[in-house]
Ligand binder design. Sequence first.
Ligand SMILES: [Zn+2]
Length: 291
Amino acid sequence: MVLSPKSTFSLELYSITTEHTEIEINPMDITYDIQPTNLASIDDRGLLSLSNEAKTGNQIDVYANYEGFTTQITITVKYSLENTIVASNSEIPKITNQESTAVLVNKQRSLEDNYIPTDLVQPNIPFSFTGESEKKWLREEAARALEQLFDQAKQENIQLNGVSGYRSYQTQKSIFNWNVQEQGEEQARRYSAYPGTSEHQTGLAIDVSSPSVNNVLEESLGSTKEGQWLAEHAAEFGFIIRYPQDKEHITGYAYEPWHLRYVGKEIASEIMGHNITLEEYFDESTPVITE
Ligand SMILES: [Zn+2]
């Protein structure tokens, strides 16, 4: 069985199969042993929780003991897309792990209309605009990591500004509908995210730019020293350049050197170190259809 780091899973053992027969059991009567003991814990109802020490690649053996019988379950720790979408009435399947920092959102995987992260905060960084706005918000873990990234950039004389962080479903819907009116649905779908499929709704993504290019969100940022610094150092703080050059056939989006996505240091270093995308990280071989 594969489980994502920090996840929980209910073992729900109601029977044990032996050589000869299957025995019905009460989950409360099972005792468990876990090896290594520091990587997971299990409560008396069989709810298994991976500890913060359980990292990608670890193997955990769980032994369930019941009246002299033992069943062994081996768990591999790895971020996985298993069980992360369900079919929906609308055309795009819905994501079930919306709160995970490893959540994969793209043109084939939609957030729920009503999904609003519960821990949105405003990071203490300079923005390209003044005044209150949801665009200044990020989820807390991403916000704290972004503050560290901005601090380090400043120390190295790299000037960055936050441009656009969290975007609610409603805001994305307005933007999309406006684009449909202006350009027709086909063009709108090509250049803007269908409501529910914008990564900005997760509160884990932010567009950043630099005064050196007047804070625009354009490809030219990628060749500035600020854009290059971002590509080189983002992973140290748990961020990736989510839409790299020449990966449109995989991500569904053209190059966006300004769009940072928080995934945590472990996944970020893997992705940026191997020049891959979040889709490729999950071995998602199905390319995203862009038209
Ligand atoms: Zn963006």
